[in-house]
Design a protein around this ligand. Sequence first.
Ligand SMILES: Cc1cc2nc3c(=O)[nH]c(=O)nc-3n(C[C@H](O)[C@H](O)[C@H](O)COP(=O)(O)OP(=O)(O)OC[C@H]3O[C@@H](n4cnc5c(N)ncnc54)[C@H](O)[C@@H]3O)c2cc1C
Length: 436
Amino acid sequence: MQHIDEQLQTAIAGQYDVIVAGAGPAGVAAAIRSARSGARTALFEVAGCLGGVWTAGMLAWVFDFDQAGFSRELTRELDRRGARRGTNPDKYVYEIEAMKLLLEEMCAEAGVTVQLHTRVVAATKDGSGRLRNVITESKSGRQAWSAAAFVDCTGDGDLGALAGNGFDYGLEGTGETQPMTFMALVNVKDAAAIKEYISFYEGDLDKELRELAWQGFLREINRAGLEPSYMRPTLFHIRDQLVAIMVNHEYGVTPFDEAQVTAATLRARREVSAIVDALRALGGVWEGIQLVASADQIGVRDGRRLHGRYKVTRDDIVAGARHEDAAAYVKFGVDVHSFSKEKNRHENGLSNYGIKSKPYDIPLRALIARDVDGLLMAGRCISGDYIAHSSYRVTGNSVATGEAAGAAAALSAASGVLPHELAWPDVRRLMDREDA
Ligand SMILES: Cc1cc2nc3c(=O)[nH]c(=O)nc-3n(C[C@H](O)[C@H](O)[C@H](O)COP(=O)(O)OP(=O)(O)OC[C@H]3O[C@@H](n4cnc5c(N)ncnc54)[C@H](O)[C@@H]3O)c2cc1C
């Protein structure tokens, strides 16, 4: 049987030392670290901006962020630009547009070749099973790119799956997944007047007040005649009268089924819009509330978890596992958003399954593909079980794993040594964590 690819005979459009697929928190960190380590680095992103869930997904809030390296650098830069709210460097609200620009400037400064609106759609390996090329599709058509090392930062593990690496998806045994969430920005008449409903007002709020805030906001949505699909509706104060709104859960949607993702996006936009309209109809402090922007990409929590040379597990987070080759140190606990609307009502939107976690390490081995040579991964598609993923998935850890994978990819390209044969101290040195 003749394959379409052979007919198309896609020509090599460019050759790099390192290719990073996906420019979310993990991908940007991986590409910048790789380029700063001297590797000619390309970063392919399907959206029209860098940042993934941070920007196209309009998240507006980071967790587990007080980590050495790129996270602290970003925090300092956001502060310098007056684009960060709150005093805690570990979790804070940021301005989405400022984040987009900052990431673009940092990539340019590091010498990363960025191509937006470009999706990685295929991968080819050589006879030994080593990944050699990726194929992208964009307005430039179908293009092939070769590199010595690749990093999958697509969140959903697209590149790993295309290259034939094994993966897990959903809860072991049932396949259930965490819901997606569609974010939006609203303009309000006076943010101070709805302060009691804002979980993160000016960036800071203690846990008790945060609980009261979402409970109060839920009562307000109910008073407006609606029940949100996310029972812990949350407002994040971005600046002045601009507030990010999180009121939506989309259940049972597979992130690599475009028809399902589209249907969820349309449903979610309708829901968020209806809630904002209903609040405005209440008048009072809600008078004039207006939807000013909605996310380009619905936020995906659960995608493929690619098989690596180590799997981070629930046992690791209960025991607080430590490793010689620690690529990231995770402090964030188990955080599983409810699988269904019914569960959502009982669990108030999320649960930690009663698991008491201790800070733990993610070893570099969890970032190195098990079945495909020359491939690393970072962010939420690294190798772990369902429960561990619900803890390490937040953006501070995505950045930390991105940096480690970027350093390892650059070193692999420069030395000709495959990622799984690298010595950790050599990778660690490249990570250049002068502020550790
Ligand atoms: C609604 C929601 C709320 C969250 N809340 C928080 C929070 O409050 N704080 C926190 O720290 N974390 C939070 N998280 C978790 C966090 O946002 C993610 O885990 C984090 O974004 C993972 O980073 P990533 O780089 O792995 O993936 P992503 O941010 O998903 O980035 C993946 C990137 O790859 C691109 N891409 C995908 N496929 C391809 C392809 N084939 N070719 C080219 N590009 C591709 C995408 O467009 C995207 O830009 C939340 C997540 C969601 C969804």
